[in-house]
Write a protein that binds this ligand. Structure first.
Ligand code: AMP
Length: 214
């Protein structure tokens, strides 16, 4: 495909991406939020959007099925980032990757005592590195969603998840005990596309970058 394909996910990231697309001169012909189409045209003949699961965005871009994508740092760390340039931190969909436990659980004490912790998460790589760095032994349990439930039903002692307002934790009687890292979404680019389609891509990259600083 000679045009440019941009991979996006619906929801939180798209809401905050729309103004950046607009600033880069791209207007979808229909809203990815309400449409069931997975390929959406834009005001530009040579630019189309594809709508994929957030965690699949790096994969589409890595293999060149999309030239550009927008993905959270959480997703990029789990993917590994192979074959991708990550030139611009878009500073959107900001939140924190945190360790959380049930209200009554004394995390500090468990860590001090060298207890082996069961940790449920979608973010295995991040969690493994975090606890290895602290010298805490963990059994990781992979989940695909609703991590907050795990400590409540005895599946895990702790979870590693994204926290924004903290409301989800509070409503489930959990508390954050450790920040692992701040998270935001990044523009990602297929490395081969950047070489082959530089003339077409560079103005878009610059458009995103200047929309972020503005
Ligand atoms: P909150 O209740 O505002 O702290 O939001 C927490 C819930 O939203 C958790 O289920 C998170 O996995 C999810 N969440 C928060 N921020 C993000 C984000 N930037 N991207 C994706 N999911 C998020």
């Amino acid at each position: 495909m000679s045009g440019i394909t941009i991979a996006l996910s619906k929801g939180r990231i798209f809401d905050e991406t729309a103004p950046l697309l607009e600033a880069a001169g791209i207007a979808p012909v229909e809203s990815p939020e309400s449409s069931r189409r997975l390929i959406i045209g834009t005001n530009r003949q040579d630019v189309r959007l594809i709508v994929v699961r957030a965690s699949d965005v790096p994969t589409y871009v890595q293999y060149g099925a999309a030239d550009l994508g927008i993905a959270g740092k959480d997703v990029l760390l789990e993917h590994g980032g192979e074959g991708l340039y990550q030139p611009v931190d878009l500073n959107i969909a900001r939140c924190r990757m945190m360790v959380a436990v049930a209200d009554g659980f004394d995390y500090e004490r468990a860590v001090r005592q060298g207890a082996r912790l069961r940790v449920a998460t979608k973010y295995l790589r991040v969690a493994r590195e975090h606890f290895a760095g602290k010298g805490v032994h963990v059994d990781l349990i992979k989940l695909y969603g609703s991590m907050e439930l795990a400590p409540l039903v005895g599946l895990a002692d702790a979870i590693v998840d994204l926290v924004d307002t903290g409301n989800t934790l509070r409503e489930n009687n959990l508390k954050p005990v450790e920040e692992i890292m701040p998270i935001s979404s990044r523009l990602i680019i297929n490395q081969a596309s950047l070489k082959l389609k530089r003339a077409a891509l560079q103005p878009l990259i610059d458009g995103f970058a200047s929309a972020v600083t503005a």
